[in-house]
Design a protein around this ligand. Structure first.
Ligand code: ZN
Length: 230
């Protein structure tokens, strides 16, 4: 293989590695944002699960306070009923007491249902909490790994950039100028011609190009302008 091709391929390898590392590095901030969003979603889910679990206890508390009020009301009516003179008034009080007792009985039935539910919900919440915490931890670890990777990539890019300095020094200014221009675009600047086909644009090159390449001259594909070799 011609010397300039050999030297440029070595440099190109390093540059492609640097390009890949920079691309990887560029993706990290977005990945971290996505993971942070996921953590927020997990926290929100946990919050609403907690509120749901607490709802039952709050309802139980409210039932207990209603039962207490009704009992107090009954006690008051019982005291008053001993003092009324008119039978109709007495009957009305007794009727009210019966209604209050029936109300208490309904409330107590509901309370028993809720006490069962409260236990179930508490257990369900504990499981949700455990899962959410594990998920949160694993997401946080992922973020830490990405932050660590950022540092590693930065170091590796610096190492590769250092490694390219002596490789650049080996090359001719003309080759280097063309190469650097192509490096800014996509694909590899220096491509192989295979069966007369350019490795970048996949079009057939003209015989003149093949001839130049055969002589080892610095040649570009007439279609896409990429540096070519055989
Ligand atoms: Zn081409």
């Amino acid at each position: 293989m011609v010397q300039w091709v050999n030297d440029l391929l070595v440099l190109q390898n390093v540059d492609m590695r640097i390009r890949g590392l920079i691309q990887r590095q560029g993706m990290i901030p977005q990945e971290i944002v996505r993971l942070r969003k996921e953590i927020a979603t997990v926290a929100e889910g946990l919050k609403s699960a907690r509120e749901n679990a607490n709802k039952t206890s709050l309802e139980i508390k409210s039932l207990e306070s209603q039962i207490k009020q009704k009992n107090e009301h009954i006690a008051k009516l019982q005291v008053q009923s001993g003092m009324v003179k008119k039978n109709t008034e007495y009957q009305a009080m007794m009727k009210e007491i019966t209604e209050l007792k029936s109300g208490i009985s309904d409330l107590e039935t509901r309370e028993i249902e809720l006490l069962d539910q409260a236990d179930e919900r508490k257990n369900a919440f504990r499981n949700t909490e455990k899962e959410a915490n594990a998920k949160k931890q694993s997401l946080e670890e992922e973020i830490q790994e990405l932050q660590q990777l950022t540092g590693e990539l930065k170091e590796e890019i610096a190492r590769q950039q250092e490694a390219r300095v002596p490789l650049v020094a080996k090359l001719d200014t003309d080759v280097l100028t063309r190469y650097n221009r192509l490096l800014k675009a996509t694909g590899t600047p220096l491509v192989k011609i295979d069966n007369g086909i350019c490795g970048h644009c996949h079009l057939k090159v003209i015989p003149q190009t093949l001839h130049e390449v055969g002589k080892g001259a610095v040649t570009t594909c007439e279609n896409c302008g990429h540096l070519v070799y055989c």
